[in-house]
Design a protein around this ligand. Structure first.
Ligand SMILES: Nc1ncnc2c1ncn2[C@@H]1O[C@H](COP(=O)(O)OP(=O)(O)OP(=O)(O)O)[C@@H](O)[C@H]1O
Ligand SMILES: [Mg+2]
Length: 242
């Protein structure tokens, strides 16, 4: 039985901050008393365990699940994942590439959904086979667009695929701080509801270097954006369901 909310995060272009926002949403959820897990959908990315700051921790990564057949015990899998401050992560592994079967990805997401309150998925682009396996189980998608002209063009190319896959697609705009005035124009151009502006967080690079999970500081720009995502996609869905 599926019990959790599943939020997918997609970058409109490379390096825009989608993995960082994914982890920040999970970190804020844990601080709000929910039990979250982050799921890495970017096979050849650096690994979502690095973004969470737990890359030195032992535990299960995607390559360990490659041969899995049949039912997965979500609670048992959750216990075996690397975690920090009640945020767990199922990450790809830089040292061990793996090509996953769609059935394995679907079953792992289903299993984890029964064991937590919230799954936050770092989705790859829609043309990736992992996207096809994960997206049908995602309740809401956040498209994080950068504010440069090429970033917006990339986001617009992806947006069309997302709305075909998921009925609940939201836009976040990454800006350097001065670009907030663009938000309404971008939302209009992409025909998506604007959920949050993700402002530059100057201390983020140093925090990542020291293994401090993004979103940990309540005063930060990422925390504010992640809280808005949670308010809309988790609290909003509970309101709609009741
Ligand atoms: N809100 C932010 N403020 C400042 N810097 C940020 C912010 N978000 C991300 N960054 C910086 O951008 C880098 C890339 O972020 P991230 O890995 O999340 O991007 P991505 O969209 O997932 O990239 P990829 O396309 O490779 O998956 C981070 O290492 C961080 O230094
Ligand atoms: Mg990424």
């Amino acid at each position: 039985m599926k019990t959790s909310q599943v939020i997918g995060v997609v970058g409109g272009s490379g390096g825009v901050g989608a993995s960082v926002l994914t982890v920040a949403i999970a970190v804020r959820a844990a601080l709000a008393g929910l039990r979250p897990v982050c799921l890495d959908g970017d096979r050849l990315g650096g690994g979502l365990d690095v973004t969470l700051g737990v890359e030195q921790e032992p535990g299960v990564r995607w390559p360990d699940l490659a041969g899995v057949r049949g039912r997965v015990d979500g609670g048992e899998l959750l216990r075996r994942l690397p975690s920090v401050d009640d945020v767990s992560v199922l990450s790809f592994d830089r040292a061990r590439d793996v090509q996953l079967e769609a059935g394995t990805v679907e079953e792992v997401l289903r299993a984890l959904s029964t064991a937590v309150d919230l799954v936050v998925v770092d989705l790859p682009r829609p043309d990736h086979e992992v996207f096809a396996a994960l997206a049908p189980s995602v309740d809401a998608i956040v498209l994080l667009a950068g504010s440069g002209i090429c970033d917006l063009a990339g986001a617009s190319a992806i947006a069309e695929h997302l709305v075909r896959t998921c009925p609940d697609v939201w836009l976040c705009l990454r800006t350097s701080g001065r670009g907030s005035h663009l938000a309404d124009t971008v939302a209009g151009a992409l025909d998506l509801p604007m959920l949050a502006v993700v402002r530059e967080e100057p201390s983020l690079a140093a925090a990542l270097l020291h293994g401090i999970p993004p979103g940990s500081s309540a005063k930060g720009a990422l925390a504010a954006a992640a809280d808005q995502v949670l308010a809309q996609c988790v609290a909003g869905s509970r309101r709609r369901a009741s």
